[in-house]
Design a protein around this ligand. Structure first.
Ligand code: IPE
Ligand code: IPE
Ligand code: MG
Length: 253
């Protein structure tokens, strides 16, 4: 039986988030420049987006560039930004044809003007689409996100629009870049690093973490199915006991 056929379609995550790591090492292992590795990303992204859309996954978030990545050599940063613009330009028709809606989370103001404009256009063009929500985390970091949310909330409280004593989790979440998106149930990090690197620190509170040694340029649908199958073996307890979870499942079924 293929990996895909082994999936329990009733227990798919609604939201998968991926830290796409290992492009530089993938390139160096082949005696190539790091940028060569970044260029391979397009194929992996295409395949995984297609895989998610086929399964009916509702949200896919891809960590593509962190606020810390701005500190990389200028040559690499510029190369990644150019790649971003050309890829969006090329892929926007495919996104539309497949009913995929593009979102961006991150400090868009940090992006070069033409990148920002190109992205905004793609976001607007795909806004009516009702299939997979593809969320690109660009110039994103969770600490940046949390700080800007705290600033906005403080501003609104000062302006009398908000009572500090009435700030609930639901209100707080409206101030995050991910407002309106469900929390990811599954997070995948490629290329062997076992850390979160400033990604969705608030939203990952109860996510299942999956790490693989596969470098992102080699990551394909089969690797995604493997990650989901692994996710489906886990018991998600949210602080409760195993017995409580099992009783609940018996009642539901
Ligand atoms: C991930 O690959 C892409 C970005 C962070 C932009 P890396 O470029 O971090 O690849 P490694 O980790 O150096 O191999
Ligand atoms: C995390 O990868 C960010 C992205 C994949 C965009 P990094 O390669 O920048 O993370 P660290 O530096 O190894 O933690
Ligand atoms: Mg890396």
């Amino acid at each position: 039986m293929s990996l895909k056929d082994q999936l329990d379609l009733q227990r798919l995550p609604r939201h998968i988030a991926i830290i796409m790591d290992g492009n530089g090492r993938w390139a160096k292992e082949r005696g190539q420049d790091r940028l060569y590795g970044h260029h391979q990303v397009v194929e992996s992204v295409r395949d995984i987006v297609e895989g998610c859309a086929e399964m009916g996954i509702e949200y896919l978030t891809l960590y593509a560039f962190s606020t810390e990545n701005w500190d990389r050599p200028v040559y690499e940063v510029n190369g990644i930004m150019e790649l971003l613009v050309t890829t969006i330009r090329k892929e926007v028709d495919t996104l539309n044809k497949n009913n995929i809606r593009l979102h961006v989370i991150g400090d868009m103001a940090m992006l070069p003007g033409h990148c920002h404009r190109e992205l905004q256009e793609a976001i607007d063009i795909t806004a009516p689409n009702t299939g997979l929500n593809l969320v690109m985390a660009l110039s994103y970091s969770a600490r940046w996100e949390i700080l800007q949310a705290a600033r906005s909330i403080a501003r609104d409280a000062k302006a009398g629009k908000l009572n500090p004593d009435e700030v609930t989790p639901e209100i707080w979440e409206k101030y995050l870049c991910t407002a309106g998106l469900p929390d990811p149930e599954l997070i995948i990090r490629t290329s062997g690093e076992h850390r979160i690197s400033n990604f969705l620190l608030y939203q990952l509170a109860y996510a299942e973490l999956y790490f693989t040694n596969t470098r992102w340029p080699d990551f394909r649908k089969e690797n995604l199915y493997e990650a989901i199958l692994n996710y489906q073996t886990r018991e998600r307890r949210f602080g409760k006991t195993s017995e409580q979870i099992q009783q609940n499942e018996e009642i539901v079924s």
